[in-house]
Design a protein around this ligand. Sequence first.
Ligand SMILES: [Zn+2]
Length: 321
Amino acid sequence: MTTQLLELNAAQTSIYSRSNLRRAIKDFDDTEIAGITLQDNLVVVVRTDGSQQTYSREIVVTAYQEFTHRLKHFFSYLGPNYRGPSIWHNNAYILFKGWTYGHALGHISTNAKLQASWADKFIHINDQTKIEALLQSDHTDIGHLIAPDGFRYMQSIELGSAVSDSSGDDIEPQAADTQPKKYAPYCSCGSFKRQLNNLVDFQREIPGYKPMCIHMTWLQKYRALLSERSRVRTEIRGGAAVKCVAWAYAPPEDHVSKGRFVLLHTNSGSMAPISHWRTYKSNEVFTEEHAWDLFFNMLEADYVPFPLTSLPQLSSALKKK
Ligand SMILES: [Zn+2]
């Protein structure tokens, strides 16, 4: 029995890939695969010996979406000195790759050094193609250009028609109307661009599909954190916060271990001497994987977080130890 192998389009190739089959199916054997094809609601895996297995298309779609939407840890996209996304032009941001935090020596990596020297200069480059080439090329891997609410000059462009990954200069701004505008989010990473460029095919596979990537997920979480922080700050009505948390992060020393995330808290304000601070859950070990939850927990309890490095009385005391 032979199955005619239908050529998958770009969207289908991204979705029904070996890696997503592996993610979707426990104990999936990813060796000796001659081809992957589709038949009705099924993904058909054809082996080199001619045998076949079929799997539900839906579970592979779910695995694809979970993987593309996954949330990376808090330090994954911070630049040097815990720098968050930097504002660029047209409602877009520079999202830094967390080179400084992947390893104890990360801060002296070429990419981290490039980030430090370029961070304040990106704003002087107005051209989208140039900025992207500077961020991601054969020589650099600094970060991505991201516009979570779409570029400001892409007026009235509905999601689905902004399929070009060009600078957008060829898109004519339309006359202002009273309809609410729906801007198409954008990220310069390969995954997001592939989705944008093949949007119609993706939407055929997954109705109502909108492009997504790990950078977009991270940025949405980061924004939620910033808005939580400003809520707490507003509630103390401009006064200095008394409930404060100082946090510190030591990246892993090797490529197997996790880093250490440490929190000190006080009810005496951020200027309090070190004797007024207590380690949060000192008998527990926290890593970068706990950072998001811990930040949201602190804010929920109305504690304002500060990087420990910004509090001289703590950072110098800790260094002396
Ligand atoms: Zn992205």
